[in-house]
Design a binder for this molecule. Sequence first.
Ligand code: ADP
Ligand code: MG
Length: 348
Amino acid sequence: PRINPHRPIRALPPQLVNQIAAGEVVERPASVAKELLENSLDAGARRITIEVEQGGVKLLRVRDDGRGIPASDLPLAVSSHATSKLQDQADLERVATLGFRGEALASIASVARVKIRSLAEGAEQAHELAGDGQGGWEGPLPTAHPQGTTVEVRELFFNTPGRRKFLRTERTEFGHLETVVRRIGLSRNDVELRLIHNGKPVFTLPAGEDQGVRERRVGALCGQPFLEDSLYIEHSGAGLSLHGWVARPSFSRSQPDLQHFFVNGRMVRDRLVAHAIRQAYRDVLFGQRHPAYVLHLSLDPALVDVNAHPQKHEVRFREQRLVHDFLFRTLHEALAQTRAGADPAVSG
Ligand code: ADP
Ligand code: MG
């Protein structure tokens, strides 16, 4: 094919820019759910309800009781590169919220019909803003809504057939979405999460900080056998703190499908982390078996760069050696005790 040498360079229209960004962030209903739930958590919500129809493709609605969005901010909330979570570069060096890129709502609204209703803390009147998915917006108009925010996403990919084609069956999409909700449920025991599919309640994860609530959430996501065949670990040192469950070697998997790792409440998939854990299991796990775990690592946000991946699944630790050694040592010690046949509980 002949390349036209005179094709001019053009700045892309905003709708197209947002759709390109959506290509990275919005893969399926589950990714929309993740972004909306993270926004609710960042807004300080204590109760969140997720209602979906047809696996989340037809409708995905997240309602929270968080701080809400002032009417004057609603148009900015759906603009790309607009966020309330960062102000300057120093903030970017120590992100303490789940979101910070200011792109999720703008991206989602470029590939679906989005309606936001919100009553901000201290405001008298709730407002709504509705997008047609083609760059057109209506509002903010007065509406009724209790304090908090409801974001409604309808007909995902209705205007991007190429993307729609990659959606699977309702069941598969719902399965992905449910996993995301449960995983997020593991990160915040103090927040109640309710999931409704096609008008039927699927589950409610009640809020609470006691061990019973934690275990019920872990059991619901990973299954009771995992819970019964794992060690609970709590350990801190050198500014790092780790807690969670690691499977005993007797509960290994043929797939790496039961590995949940959170860094400051954010679910991540990290090579360094995976490597440290694998090393810790090296003496007790053989062949092609994979360890199973639900682990939470906390550290100073300044020591971890979360701006490494569009979906924020990956992070970069500034002190890689330190983190690796800490994970390895903590788990290695815990697992060594299972071999010795001693009581495996580790704490301190
Ligand atoms: P980011 O989360 O990276 O800031 P988003 O596009 O997800 O970007 O959201 C843009 C802004 O809209 C947020 O910074 C926040 O101020 C506001 N916002 C979005 N969802 C909510 C919500 N559920 N409650 C309160 N504010 C919200
Ligand atoms: Mg966000």
